[in-house]
Design a protein around this ligand. Sequence first.
Ligand code: AMP
Length: 297
Amino acid sequence: LDLKKLQTISEARVWLQSCPWADREGVLPPDTVLGLVPTMGALHEGHLSLIRSARKHCPVVVVTIFVNPIQFGPNEDYRKYPRPIEADLEACEREGANAVFYPTAEEMYSQASSTRIIVPPDLTATLCGPHRPGHFDGVATIVAKLFHIFTPAMAFFGQKDYQQAAIIRRMNHDLNFCMGLCICPTVREQDGLAMSSRNAYLSPAERVQARSLSASLFWARDQVAAGQRDADKLVREMRERIEAAGPCRIDYVECVGDQDLSPRPRVEGRCVFALAVRIGSTRLIDNVMVDATGTKQ
Ligand code: AMP
């Protein structure tokens, strides 16, 4: 099956109206079959795991590749974000996606476009929220637009962006999108570093140093499994471990509740240890879920 390449919203609508699912499964109602995988491209194994999961659940899979300008702050990496579109299209084809949607910024945001989704403050009070003002409003807005364009039955996101997944889950409920959301586990390099398109920015020395992030998270998870419940203490020691690995700027290391993302000084029930650290000019995020009963992620 050929990969359908869609660059405009009207192309996407025409393609959807052509009932692309009819070939594979007989004609099914469209709201039961389409799986959406939203990405910013520079696809790696983390993204591919989402595409594979979508293919398992949905006979028609659409990958979107869009570096969304409104989710980047003025001093962030919008301009330098990698955009290897030819390699990405090949990866989508190899993975058996049915279509890839890769619009321009002008296509998604015409000059008159100014309506935004505002994420409730309770979900942005911790973690990346205070460090990236407006970021999650931009994420929620583009995801809502993609949901409207494709009306998927299911959408696939990574646990690596834990706060993003929680925010989209809330939006899905609050705005009655009623999508099935699938949050897929974080895919890691052999040494534990969470895969990210931004890892390409790291120098060889920074790449070695970056191991300290996942290592500190795994250490905290082991400590919880061994009975430690003092989250503040764990966070302090995680910071020391990360700082000992080399020069960096820690945006945050936090323990929050897995649902409401509110700060947890003690580990109770299911919690998430999450961090954002700048190594050189590269900002990396990662997290692990822990359970006070000792169950691992
Ligand atoms: P991005 O292209 O960084 O916006 O990511 C697109 C989607 O892929 C998001 O739902 C991410 O959470 C997910 N993702 C990114 N990196 C990983 C990873 N290492 N493992 C699993 N999912 C990931």
